[in-house]
Design a protein around this ligand. Structure first.
Ligand code: SF4
Length: 459
């Protein structure tokens, strides 16, 4: 990593949203009720020519706590909790399914967590069969699940295939045992390779592997070995996330020894190495933190400018309406965001009463819709055409975003962005600063600078 980029990192180091949504989740309001959620669903679903539908199911249980974890999960060894959870999840499915327009099929479905494979094979079949009976899938639907190789059996994966799953996403984070110990996630290379071999044997069509850089005890050399092993495994997609160290928000991160964290220079060295090694190995760098093989749908979507961003990161199914089910899950359809209760008690109480478990929500304004479009174009396409934004929303870009454009000046001077009379184009160096560039268009950060402490470091 050259010294110029390191200086720029020091200059632009700040906290900011990851823009899996706009506005970001801290803006959602508690006044948004389950009744409002239901009436917004009915509004969207009665429109002719509506969008396709994506479903997200949250399974908020894990066997043990990874110290870096930023997810909403509960640590338990007691599998009996799951039966009660599945009863409520199925009730929520039964509340939602009748509200959906019969002509709109499911194009994307994802189980995340927590650890979906905390479910037993019988529970996977039970829940999967219930979902398949309640919703109508598109023939080529992407049906994916997050898999933890620890305590995974062949039968778990077999059950997932039996209920329609065709993609898996596997958490590895780092192959190095010392790094794994420092974050309390001991996962031998053998079990990771075994899980991948089983998934290939069972015919999962796409494998994604998640890595994280910025974890304690990581060095450029140690991560280089992790990358070599990953390249040999040759997954279709790789996500390499920047570790979001926010111990003031995520208590478990206090268990990480701060002095073991790599310096900003080492982190950036790891990122530079990752980009070099994966692109040399034939992967295409997608957006901010994803890599995919040239014939993967993610690469094709980036080339055709149809990539989108949702709560799981980058997605090929732009414009679909997302309904999130389960504790803490987030929905986004039309101009509505809604998040379910973040505790099991509150979730069970609402669903047991026959209501949606909406905890917070948000109805976007016209300004939100315009800014979201601009931010997502930059995050996904790495460029935008001002005339496209003008004709879509009936504005004059340079006037509407005059104050945002002023904030871009220093990023342009530093070679991170090119501005022409009609376009903004992010340079190769600028990809490392995508969140900083997007923040210039975020109305909520300029209104409330204090909210930045709710977010992780941008680079
Ligand atoms: S990182 Fe994944 S497996 Fe680890 S505690 Fe968090 S949700 Fe569970």
């Amino acid at each position: 990593m050259d010294s110029r980029i390191i200086k720029l990192i020091q200059k632009y180091e700040t906290s900011g949203p990851r823009y899996t949504s706009y506005p970001p989740a801290p803006v959602f309001k508690p006044e948004f009720t389950s009744t409002q959620y239901q009436s917004e669903i009915l509004q969207v679903e009665k429109q002719p020519d509506g969008n396709n539908v994506s479903l997200y199911f949250h399974i908020p249980f894990c066997d043990s706590l990874c110290y870096f974890c930023g997810c909403t999960t509960m640590i338990t060894r007691n599998r009996e909790h799951l039966d009660e959870y599945l009863v409520h999840l199925k009730k929520e499915i039964n509340l939602l399914a009748p509200l959906l327009n019969e002509e709109r099929n499911i194009v994307q479905l994802h189980w995340g967590g927590g650890t979906p494979t905390f479910l037993s094979p019988a529970q996977i079949r039970n829940l999967g069969t219930h979902i398949m009976g309640a919703f109508q899938y598109e023939v080529d639907a992407e049906i994916s699940v997050e898999v933890d190789p620890r305590e995974l059996t062949f039968n778990h994966l077999h059950a997932l295939r039996d209920v329609g799953f065709n993609r898996i996403s596997l958490g590895v984070q780092d192959f190095n045992p010392k790094v794994q110990r420092a974050v309390n996630r001991n996962q031998s290379e053998f079990i990771t390779r075994q899980a991948i071999a089983w998934s290939r044997e069972l015919g999962f069509s796409s494998l994604n592997v998640d890595l994280i850089y910025g974890l304690p005890l990581q060095t450029i050399e140690s991560f280089s070995e992790t990358l070599d092993k990953l390249i040999e495994i040759s997954p279709e997609r790789v996500a390499v996330y920047n570790f979001a160290y926010v111990p003031w928000l995520k208590k478990q991160q206090k268990l990480i020894h701060a002095e073991d964290l790599p310096s900003p220079e080492t982190k950036l060295g790891i990122l530079a190495l990752t980009i070099d090694k994966l692109t040399d190995a034939g992967y295409v760098y997608i957006g901010m933190d994803h890599f995919a093989k040239p014939d993967d749908e993610l690469t094709i979507a980036q080339k055709s400018k149809t990539l989108s961003r949702n709560f799981q990161g980058y997605s090929t199914r732009a414009g679909s309406d997302l309904y999130g089910l389960g504790m803490s899950s987030i929905s986004h359809f039309g101009t509505t965001y809604a998040q379910n209760a973040k505790t099991l008690d509150a979730y069970y109480q609402a669903i047991g009463d026959g209501e949606f478990a909406t905890h917070v929500g948000y109805k976007m304004t016209k300004d939100d819709v315009i800014r979201k479009h601009v931010i997502m174009k930059l995050m996904c396409d790495l460029s935008l055409q001002k005339h496209e934004v003008d004709s879509r929303f009936g504005i004059t870009f340079d006037d509407y975003f005059a104050s945002s454009l002023l904030k871009l000046d220093s990023l342009i001077e530093n070679g991170l962005l090119i501005a022409t009379p009609d376009a903004l184009i992010i340079t190769n160096d600028g990809r490392l600063f995508l969140r900083n560039i997007a923040m210039c268009f975020d109305a909520y950060l300029s209104e409330k600078p204090k909210t930045q402490s709710l977010y992780s470091k941008t680079v």
